[in-house]
Design a protein around this ligand. Sequence first.
Ligand code: ADP
Length: 215
Amino acid sequence: MRIVLVGPPGAGKGTQATVLAETLSIPHISTGDLFRANISQGTELGRRAKAFMDAGDLVPDEITIGMAKDRMEQEDAAGGFLLDGFPRNVSQAEALDVMLKAGAMNLDAVLDLEVEEDEVVKRLAGRRTCRKDSSHIYHVDYRPSKVEGVCDIDGGELYVREDQTEEAVRNRLEVYHTQTEPIIDYYKAQGLVSTIPALGEVKDVTQRALDALKK
Ligand code: ADP
């Protein structure tokens, strides 16, 4: 299956993407994680992306699209993938369509995780990320680690991501509304969108998403 996951920052996209990809046995491709990996490896791409990310702005398309394409062309993604954080604007969505078409492929579904704005702010403020592996995500209230500040899985230090300061969070929400939300209409026109209420327990949201994929 080829799936795109959309939703505002704080919708639980990363958490759901990890579980869904595992359940469906497809790779989880997160452009945010790819950028962070580039930053921690000190690559030129990472160096160029960092300032945009810290401010909560989108990294320019000429950097992002090529990176996403390279990842989707790797062997493990030949049978399908779950995209998390890409596309994030209409021109990226168009570039993805071109890419898929060139390989005679198409998307099976676009899952739109829906959450209220107030809830999103509350969620983001308490978020903690593992330094060793950024797919290990916790929340001080909703998903606390067993030992405060320490990742349950690999013992990595848990920290507040640079782009999750209050100012950056507000900007990211604004960027989501103006740039990312329009892709939902773009995909609605293709009949691909399922709206998933993202309130409640992680496993319940996952189940809603899996049910939507069966249709
Ligand atoms: P979230 O916490 O919203 O899931 P991500 O980890 O997906 O955030 O992304 C973090 C940052 O990486 C974004 O705020 C943005 O600066 C950059 N980024 C990720 N994906 C893209 C993309 N498709 N286009 C442009 N910038 C991106």
